[in-house]
Design a protein around this ligand. Structure first.
Ligand code: URA
Length: 187
């Protein structure tokens, strides 16, 4: 198995898809590399691309607020993305881009060995939970996959666009907190 350093190095120099041509920085991931809980977004936006860190723009500010609701912060969890380079104009990452990149996240998961993975939004849930996942209908539900408890909630950007979704996201957060307690996660 690759070490963190080897994995990050190969990711930093990756040219497996076209996104490498327009990126400023690879956004590898951030947080605690022994975390019990991993949050996965879809891909970097403009601020993330400029800084090389996930969720540092407006959606990131809301993610930090969401984490603090359940007494978490970036030092306790790990935060990554399905694709590590920004899709131009923040479009959804294409299937080929996701396929080219997913190996990095899979190796991060092997290294972290989280007890819980929370998909932030539809794209992450489609890739990590089920290819026909319905975020509106299924967010907040849990399933166990390869010994890891998986759930999804709305992407913070969706919660910025539509505040009516926030009460449901709040319920999802409480459910995540409860699952962390049940699984005796570090928190
Ligand atoms: N949106 C994402 O999905 N990921 C980020 O890192 C930032 C915004």
């Amino acid at each position: 198995m690759l070490s963190w350093e080897e994995l990050e190095q190969s990711c930093q120099s990756c040219s497996r898809c076209e996104l490498c041509k327009t990126r400023t920085n690879v956004v590898f991931g951030v947080g605690n590399r022994t975390a019990d809980i991993l949050f996965v977004g879809e891909g970097p936006g403009e601020q993330e691309d400029l800084k090389g860190e996930p969720f540092v723009g407006p959606a990131g500010k809301l993610l930090d607020d969401m984490l603090s609701i359940i007494d978490l912060d970036r030092s306790i969890c790990y935060i990554g993305n399905i694709v590590k380079c920004r899709p131009p104009r923040n479009r959804d990452p294409q299937e080929e881009e996701q396929e080219a990149c997913i190996g990095y996240l899979q190796k991060q998961i092997q290294l972290i060995q989280p007890k819980i993975i929370v998909c932030l939004g539809r794209i992450a849930a489609l890739k990590l939970i089920r290819p026909d996942y319905r975020i509106t209908r299924e967010h907040g539900q849990w399933m166990e996959k390869d010994g890891i408890w998986m759930t999804a909630t709305y992407h913070p950007s969706a919660l910025l666009r539509d505040v009516n979704k926030r009460p449901e996201a709040f319920e999802d957060l409480l459910s995540i907190r409860e699952m962390m307690r049940k699984l005796k996660c570090n928190m």
